[in-house]
Design a protein around this ligand. Structure first.
Ligand code: LMR
Length: 398
């Protein structure tokens, strides 16, 4: 049977990660996979996570199952963090939340829910979007379409083109929207643009599927969720995929959630029943360890304070590297072409160079970024920023 299967190439991000690891060069620079790195290049276990993990292990008396939807306290803390304490959809009891194995698990379950409800709809994703959005949503059999989002040559949003395209989407179609720190561009909507988008979604009866994987990496937890909250206030139905891989550094523990918003309480209950059945058919129940740690942090004011400080430190480190790399690129190129890096947010920016330049940066200079020139700014360090900027200046026009 399996003789028919030909060998596939690895996922672009995971394949690049393996290539970087195999490169013996001592000057190699990893701007590939989106994980935070401290100044020594490590992706640390946060101190609040270490403390919470010890408390969780000390208090644990069983490894028996929790529940199909995961931990209730986790789910309600996540809802509050993403939607805020006084959100109208919560007040009207139209929200339901289930724990999921990472943001990926939430996206996949959400896609299956959409397919169960309306198999013929299209899901519109931004051009460009995170590479894994395509298999996560597409494998459920849904048709995917793209809306213009970003002009990599001009380093700016294509907001008018985005609205114009979405205005032509069929009623009931789904629009995948990055909540903040757009991956791969680092370019987010401003408040007026969020408002215009929310109005269009409402007027055209489109269903937002909001993906928030970097909450806290742009400004802070509340401001980074402002767009998500606004959209969720105005539309009758929405899905929200949440990830704690980055902001709690719990990557391998797979901690995420799917928030569903129905048009009324009973629709929300019906949606939840499908979500639970879908999850049961894929992974049965979400893993508990990381969610137990997160729950402990959310419920403990001192640990939560510590987390917010650590989150702010991660954000500041990346912002500092944006500043430093843009300054170094000014020095090495003699122009302002890369100043846009300063004003973008979150882990990523698109350098805006060709695939050939990306390959030369990798093969000649051991600098690894995705082929569309997506850089993880957390891979930039004070000791390598000048090296990266010199290599970019040497190669970008060659
Ligand atoms: C990324 O975009 O690099 C991260 O979200 C890691 C991943 O799984 O792709």
């Amino acid at each position: 049977m399996f003789q028919q299967l030909s060998r596939l190439s690895p996922d672009a991000i995971l394949g690049l990660m393996a290539k970087y690891r195999a490169d013996p060069s001592t000057s190699k620079v990893d701007l590939g996979v989106g994980v935070f790195r401290d100044l020594s290049g490590n992706t640390p276990v946060l101190a609040c996570v270490r403390r919470a993990e010890q408390a969780v292990l000390a208090a644990q008396t069983t490894k028996s199952y929790v529940a199909a939807a995961g931990r209730e306290e986790f789910n309600s803390a996540v809802e509050e963090m993403v939607l805020g304490g006084a959100h109208v959809a919560r007040r009207d009891r139209r929200t339901r939340t289930v724990q999921a194995p990472g943001g990926c698990g939430a996206l996949r379950v959400g896609a299956e829910l959409i397919r169960a409800a309306a198999p013929a709809v299209s899901v519109h994703v931004s051009d460009p979007t995170w590479g894994n959005h395509i298999p996560l949503l597409g494998s459920s059999g849904l048709r995917l379409d793209r809306y213009p989002y970003y002009d990599a040559a001009k380093h700016e949003l294509r907001f008018d083109a985005m609205l114009e395209r979405l205005d032509r989407a069929a009623e009931g179609d789904v629009v995948l929207i990055h909540g903040c720190c757009h991956n791969p561009t680092g370019a987010d909507l401003d408040p007026a643009q969020w408002q215009a988008l929310a109005q269009l979604l409402t007027r055209r009866r489109l269903i937002p599927f909001l993906d928030i994987a970097y909450q806290g990496f742009a400004v802070d937890l509340d401001q980074d969720a402002a767009g998500v909250r606004l959209v969720a206030e105005q539309v009758p139905e929405a899905l929200i995929a949440v990830s704690f891989s980055k902001n709690l550094g719990l990557y391998r523990e797979r901690v995420g959630a799917l928030i569903i918003i129905g048009e009324n309480e009973s629709r929300a209950d019906a949606m939840l029943s499908h979500v639970l059945q879908i999850a049961r058919g894929i992974y049965s129940m979400p893993p508990d360890h990381g969610a137990a740690i997160a729950t402990h942090i959310f419920a403990n004011p001192a640990l939560k304070e510590e987390w917010l400080r650590e989150l702010a430190a991660m954000r500041t480190r990346i912002d500092d590297m944006r500043e430093l790399l843009a300054t170094e690129l000014r020095r090495t190129t003699g122009g302002a072409d890369f100043d846009f890096i300063r004003k973008q947010r979150g882990m990523f920016s698109l350098l805006g160079v060709s695939t050939q330049v990306v390959e030369r940066l990798r093969d000649k200079h051991h600098i690894y970024m995705l082929s569309d020139s997506r850089m993880n700014l957390a891979g930039v360090m004070p000791h390598n920023a000048g090296y990266v900027a010199e290599a970019v200046a040497a190669e970008r026009l060659a």
